[in-house]
Design a protein. Structure first.
Length: 466
């Protein structure tokens, strides 16, 4: 497979495909607002949307360092699904029933995004095909069955477990020995969603200033090189770019994820693959992959490349190391051998936010008016919507406009997370752990073992993933 013609970086394929948005004006100077939102991705824009819908007279300002959707919201794999980081830990801290309520809220969020996009005429190539998780080794199959049982215990009774033959009737992944499917997922075009959402909130009367990096957030102040926005509520919605703010270097770790996308595939090739349901697709590897069949019949596939840059650094344009592109290409061919001669049109990378305990959180500090949401660990397309509606309810409760709601009492609200270790421990730890995960995947693939490799179990305990 020749990757010489592969476009590398340029933010993402989604923007190469859709085009970058027309620039909005930067902040012209000092100003005031009722609510100032820092970050123009899914979390910030959904928060602005729900707040403005609930209280139309609110003066809301969104500040974005580049342009809306420049970060993970415009680079992700287009997975709108019901996964939420930290659910098992919340079950331990708050009880099983509380975690079930959180999971139910996430299940409902998938439909909420689909309905709202339709109501606001946002065409984001959404296809509600569910999520298909495939196992292609005995140990993965063991994990898949355990995962399936756990999800049912958390209320997902509409999940379906399939054997090798039934899996092949839906998608022909080479070596697949089983799969699990849930209806709580959909494929979408990330950039179309974020661009449509930005246009929608602007039409509602929300002010968006782009090319306006916020350097510091403090009570009632969002500080930029062009002026300061003063507001009773200042909300940090910066996910993987949080480390760039003053005092936030060790709050969330910016984890890198990389993607490739093929040329459009002909019908004859799709006949060998199947995938007619256009489910979002992943496997049970420790260094996992994720994929979708796009609206124009490409395969977009992602996974971990270089997991973390020293000092919590983030990239500018999404450029990806050639070795990562090759590794993702090899993964594509391992899943679908008939794609061996397929051209890779584009490769890119982005960062996602990872808390030290791998738990997504949403918080409003009522003493300062500072709020934040994030730490989605790669599940942000849907989780950002639930976080936004929760921030809306927390602000309405704090301002005396409403009382507690089902969302404000979910177990992830106001969860406290300790900071990441200082460098070089942070860099050494992350790279060592992902080397362990990759080694565990190789050993599981090479052996018919039924249990998870001990290296992966040890890494899970250290990271706090389980």
């Amino acid at each position: 497979m020749n990757t010489v013609s592969t476009v590398n970086g340029g933010i993402s394929f989604w923007y190469a495909h859709e085009g970058t948005p027309a620039p909005r004006e930067p902040l012209p100077g000092d100003t005031t607002a009722d609510v100032c939102i820092v970050g123009g991705g899914y979390t910030g824009l959904w928060t602005a949307y729900y707040l403005k819908k609930a209280v139309p007279f609110l003066n809301i300002t969104v500040l974005e360092a580049k342009f809306c959707g420049y970060g993970a919201s415009g680079r992700n794999g287009g997975w709108l699904y019901n996964g939420i980081a930290g659910r098992d830990r919340y079950a331990k801290l708050h009880g099983h029933d509380a975690a079930v309520r959180l999971q139910k809220a996430m299940n409902d969020t998938v439909g909420e995004v689909i309905r709202t996009a339709a109501e606001e005429n946002i065409d984001a190539d959404i296809h509600h095909g569910g999520v298909l998780e495939v196992a292609h080794s005995p140990s993965q199959l063991t994990r898949l069955k355990d995962h399936h049982s756990v999800e049912i215990a958390f209320g997902e009774t509409d999940r379906v477990l399939r054997g090798a033959r039934e899996t092949a009737e839906h998608i022909r992944v080479s070596g697949a020995v089983g799969s699990s499917w849930t209806p709580h997922g959909a494929r979408l075009h990330p950039a179309k969603l974020v661009k449509g959402l930005a246009d929608t909130v602007e039409a509602l009367g929300v002010t968006i200033h782009e090319s306006t990096p916020v350097t510091e957030i403090k009570p009632k102040h969002a500080v930029t090189p062009y002026g300061t926005v003063r507001a009773p509520y200042v909300l940090r919605c910066t996910e993987g770019f949080t480390a760039g703010l003053k005092g936030q270097k060790r709050t969330w770790l910016p984890m890198n994820s990389s993607m490739i996308v093929t040329e459009p595939l002909p019908k004859a090739l799709w006949d060998t693959i199947g995938w007619d349901g256009r489910e979002t697709l992943c496997d049970l590897s420790h260094a996992y992959m994720y994929a979708q069949r796009t609206a124009d019949d490409r395969i977009a596939l992602g996974g971990r490349g270089v997991p973390y840059r020293y000092g919590s650094a983030t990239d500018n344009d999404g450029r990806t190391q050639p070795a990562t592109i090759e590794a993702l290409r090899d993964l594509l061919v391992r899943f679908f051998p008939t794609t061996a001669g397929t051209r890779i049109d584009h490769a890119w990378s982005g960062v996602l936010g990872v808390p030290r305990d791998w738990c997504a959180t949403v918080t409003l500090d009522r003493s300062t008016g500072l709020g934040w949401a994030g730490g989605y660990v790669g599940s942000g397309v849907a989780t950002a919507n639930l976080a936004a509606r929760t921030l809306r309810d927390l602000i309405q409760q704090d301002s005396g406009q409403a009382g507690p709601t089902d969302l404000t009492t979910l177990p992830w609200v106001n969860h406290k997370v300790r900071r990441w270790e200082p460098e070089p421990l942070r860099w050494l730890g992350v790279h060592t752990l992902y080397a362990a995960y990759r080694t565990a995947d190789r050993r599981e693939s090479a052996s018919p073992r039924l249990t998870t490799d001990r290296l992966a179990k040890a890494a899970d305990r250290i990271t706090g993933r389980h």
